[in-house]
Design a protein around this ligand. Structure first.
Ligand code: VG1
Ligand code: CO
Length: 538
């Protein structure tokens, strides 16, 4: 039976860089989750009888919210819900399932790389029929709904059994439970040279993939160990856990330390990779080398045609503004489009839909292409394996060869996590106030607050990060995170370009030391936040 429940608005339900992210305990408040889901439905038009995809990364509370969302979809008039077994779908797989089934849209449950568990984080976001995160005009409309909502619709019904693959109905709406990996694995086989990768793995080349006790364990096990024949045990931390084993499922040098020590240390396998909580990020390491996400994007763009799905070449490459300019150099050489967008995958959707860009990436361990409308961790790993199989060189040789050809964009990101919000805001407004007078000092030729005009729909987005651009192309960028759930996180991105191959072997922290110091001084980071050092360096 459909019922209408009275409710009152909650403050602060504004989606951030990637959906609404809050502590689990916030989502557990009576009506909180329902209010947000109803607000999504309230801004959508014409979904009666259509299909909605629902799935999440398996973190604590995923199982409850999937049931809540299914009931509300039925009460609001959707014709069908498709979800993965156990309510699980990686973010890129959800994007694919939306596109494959020509669904109206999807609700993705994840707080990505944020910790999980009863005291951890949870998140909800809406993706449209193109499989991509809702653009800002939609997320802002959802936020407006959350401020005035007074009722939501649900049905009184028992939980749907999501443990078994198959179909059932609830209040006249059908619910199809699918294998979360199968369609995605088929898509990957259509893009990459699986026989060549299989031959590489059979030839003594070794790899490790860290699923970080999150969603990509089953995807990695099926694809790397199953379809590609990698040795059993190639996938580590391959069983998804509701609390990710107590770790941050964030594939970087800090949180994937065990893998990095093993592979970068040179005594482990030839190739290492990891993904995050919801499967859209990737970390790539090789014997003796860490590949920065910015370099990975550039190298993928330069080599994509080696993979069958991209053999006709790529139309363009897009990167988020803080991502290093390495990819721009590849685009210039290939004479293809390049785009600089604000942070967050939602800004790539229009470029991909319009065929203007084929490969996209962010410095935050996100790379992807037009095969879906999300970044895609396992895709990036397969792309690297395909490149390695085709070029028959080591990761280090490919990276160093790339630098020799294009020059090296030394790059680092310094994060100051859980800083007091007031201090972080004061720091950003202090920077904004100095912008005009900074030009001319320290060889700064441009200082601004990044704004973006979408070349496809003309939408305008402001306040996307302070940029200091130097005469030689070096950059310092400051922005506040839009995915955190406590206090503020200040991100400082530092980049410098070195053309001379004889100077390509430095530690980035050393090569960038003078710029790092300048970045701290100009923003008065220690004075305003009390932090002498960042909490995470990537
Ligand atoms: C961070 C990253 C951004 C990424 C976003 C979502 O956002 O910087 O590049 O798109 O996370 O990724 P912020 O606002 O905290 O800097 V995920 O894997 O959390 O969906
Ligand atoms: Co993620």
């Amino acid at each position: 039976m459909i019922k209408t429940v009275e409710t009152k608005p909650f403050d602060g339900q504004r989606p951030g860089t990637s959906g609404l992210r809050k502590k689990v305990t916030v989502f557990q408040q009576a009506h909180y989750t329902e209010n947000f889901i109803q607000s999504i439905f309230n801004v959508l038009d014409g979904f009666k009888g259509k299909t909605l995809v629902i799935g999440g990364d398996g973190r604590f509370y995923n199982d409850r919210v999937v049931q809540i969302a299914i009931r509300m979809a039925a009460a609001n008039g959707f014709g069908k819900v498709i979800t993965g077994q156990g309510g699980l779908l990686s973010t890129p797989a959800a994007s694919h399932v939306i596109r494959l089934n020509k669904a109206f849209g999807g609700i993705i449950l994840s707080a990505s790389h944020n910790p999980g568990g009863p005291d951890g984080d949870f998140g909800i976001k809406y993706n449209g029929g193109n499989g991509g995160p809702a653009p800002e005009k939609v997320t802002e409309a959802i936020f407006a709904q959350t401020k005035t909502i007074s009722t939501y619709k649900t049905v009184e019904a028992a939980d749907i059994d999501l443990g078994k693959i198959g179909s059932s109905t609830i209040e006249g709406m059908s619910v199809e439970v699918i294998d979360p990996v199968a369609d995605y694995a088929t898509l990957m086989q259509s893009l990459f040279d699986f026989p060549a990768i299989k031959a590489l793995l059979a030839s003594g080349f070794t790899m490790k993939f860290d699923g970080m006790s999150a969603i990509t364990g089953p995807y990695g096990t099926r694809i790397f160990e199953g379809l590609l024949g990698a040795a059993k045990g190639t996938v580590m931390n391959g069983v998804p856990l509701p609390d990710f084993g107590g770790h941050h499922p964030d594939p970087n040098l800090v949180h994937a330390k065990e893998l990095c020590d093993l592979v970068i240390g040179g005594k482990g396998p030839d190739f290492g990779a990891a993904s995050d909580g919801d499967g859209d990020r990737n970390l790539i390491v090789g014997k003796g080398i860490y590949v920065t996400p910015s370099d990975s994007l550039a190298i993928i763009a330069a080599n994509a045609q080696l993979a069958p799905g991209y053999k006709g070449g790529i139309a363009g490459v897009a990167r988020s503004m803080p991502t290093s300019c390495a990819a721009d150099r590849v685009a210039a050489k290939l004479k293809i489009n390049h785009f600089e967008t604000p942070t967050g995958w939602k800004f790539f959707g229009n470029l991909l839909d319009a065929g203007k860009a084929t490969i996209c990436g962010e410095e935050s361990f996100g790379t992807g292409s037009n095969h879906v409308r999300e970044k895609d961790g396992v895709w990036a790993v397969l792309m690297w394996l395909n490149i390695l199989a085709a070029r028959k060189q080591s990761v280090a040789d490919i990276v160093k060869g790339h630098w020799a050809e294009y020059g090296r964009n030394y790059y680092t990101r310094h994060d100051y996590e859980e800083v007091a919000s007031d201090a972080a805001n004061a720091l950003m407004s202090g920077l904004r106030a100095q912008l005009s007078k900074l030009v001319g000092q320290h060889n700064i030729v441009k200082a601004d607050d990044f704004a973006y005009d979408d070349p496809v729909d003309g939408s305008h987005t402001e306040g996307q990060g302070i940029r200091l651009i130097f005469a030689n192309g070096a950059r310092i960028i400051y922005r506040l995170s839009g995915t955190g759930t406590s206090g503020a996180t200040l991100r400082v991105y530092i980049e410098d370009y070195e053309a001379d191959a004889k100077k390509h072997d430095a530690d980035p922290q050393v090569a960038l030391a003078a710029l790092i110091k300048l970045a701290r001084d100009v923003a008065q980071i220690e004075k305003l936040t009390g932090r002498a050092e960042p909490t995470v360096i990537t």
